[in-house]
Write a new protein. Sequence first.
Length: 688
Amino acid sequence: MKKLYSKLLVVALTLCTTVAFSQNDLVFTGLISGSISGQPKALEIYVVNDVADLSTYGIANANNGNPSGGVTKFDFPAISATAGTYIYVAAQNDGFEAYFGFAPDYIATNMALNVNGNDVLELYYNGTVIDYMGEIGVDGTGEPWEYLKGWMYRNDGTGPNTTFTLTEWVFSGINATVTTTNADAPNPMPIGTYSADGDIEPSTPLTIMEIQETTDPSGDSPHVGQGVITSGIVTAVANNGFWIQDGEGAWTGIFVRTAEAPTVSMGDDVTIDATVQESNGLTRLNNHTALTVNSSGNALPAPTGLTTGSAGVEDYESVLITIAGATCVDDDFGFSQWIINDGSGQYMVGFQAGMYNADPVNFTTYDVTGIAYYSFNDFKILPRTADDVVIAGEVTGLSFEVSELFVNETDGTVTVNVEITNASSTATSVEVAVTGGTAVLGTHFEFNDPTSLIFEANVTESQSFTFDLIDDDEANENRTIIFGFQNASSGVMFGNSVLEVTINDDDTEVVITPIGVVAEVNADGVAINVGEVYTITGIVHGVNMRPAGLTMIVIDETGGISLFGPTPVDYVVTEGDSVIVTGQVDQYRGLTQLSFITSIELISPGHDLMDPIVTTELHEDLESLLVTVECVYLVDPTQWKTTGTSAFNVKITDGADLLMDMRILPLRERLILIEKETIFMFYTLPTA
């Protein structure tokens, strides 16, 4: 029994060894989720050992914190893979090739790479997960491993691992893939650099100043992507990292990003081994492999004194600074940020989670101390505690009541208020002047430029100024007026000091289409523009032939057209009027007309009519035009009705070539052709 047990143990060990070896043949090493249209969603897999049949491996994803589905969405083909090579799988070919400069090995089908920075990828071997990218069952949004518009890459000598471990990975942070190629990215993905042996190049000892100081106009460190070892005193701590500083002045501070809330404290002297990165313009240390607290309770470097006009430069990024006597001129700039000005220019006070969120008051003067920072294209100072924001006094401030104002061209006189804060014990004066915009003074608006405003001593009521809009009849783009302050009393600070007025144009550009184009027909006489809406202009010929609604003729130099409306309109049809009409083309019993009339506008009355066209036959080209037929008589005089008020038809002829129908509308005095085979005549019975 003992001998049999030993044999079984050997077999079991052999099986376990074989499985473990196969599981380590492939390992996830990189994942990228591009930031703009066409950039890749792709992953890198390293072949640790020769693989005879890749079809035993597959890929799946678990999105938005959902658990694993247990089913692969992409399976490799039944081919071999050679140890030491990389396999690249992408969601599509063109974006990958454009970004990395070579084509991927495989295009993932069935949404296997449908990931958006917060999703988990799984590597399967024979139906069992052997490696993860991301923590299964966790939505990665806000997690240290989030790769939205960024990437993650595996540290050498680690993986595969059925437990996702942060220390095995390097993360770009979100919004890192901001260029069209990986080579141009400020923090490129280190594609194709993974080593299974863990042969990592040792980090280089550098001072913070050596890491930070740069002559590159972009402000990027000359050591981006390098592992460095550096030391400094912790000057501030936030939820996602901390700042260290070595000495005082320019280039002496740097931010250290941590995957979790840092455990260091202000005053700690630390040594860190980490990678230099650029993240949205901020130089930082990330993915540290070692962090040592050498001592605690050390004195912090003295803050460097700067002005609001001089603080916003690369030199002081991540340095502890202080700004004295700066007035809050905008207490709510959004995202818990506010604006200060000591007279040398504006500067932003920001907020970082885990640090102090101040509650400033406009036109209160503060002494502000904190970390000089850069994010979202703005330099700013980050106060650490309440002690970093000290009230130093208050000043008189003037602000436009609003910074944007939208008016209509027809609004006439517009009144704008100017507010005063901390009214002075003496009168305060300021001038409001036009400082820019596309509207022209005297043409588009009237304004006494500049206008002086006087605020009486100790009076907090607003003062106002006015400007008058000039309405024109031309359609144009919206215009703007920009007002600003000038020549204020000594010591006055400006808050909202720019007012942009947008003048909305109320004139609609009307596109006039020639009647000949609107009424165009094909070879069969069928209107080609049926259903289209047009605006025409022309001269009214004749009268309204439909008192209960509208039937009239309008003619321009290109042709004529009938207008039809089932109900009365607010226009009294008068021959010789010049009108603008908008309606929809249709065709009724062969007659092309504008119906569904939406507007008829009288331009001017008393215009000449077209010269009648003399004809002996009626045809398509004469439809809705004024014509003359000469020397005609009734074929059958009994067709002429001498009683009643209804319209009727009679046949007329010249005794030779001409024979046509003429429609009679009683008690009218004009001939107009509006149908292909009929003359409309408004006439009493002729006497001869």
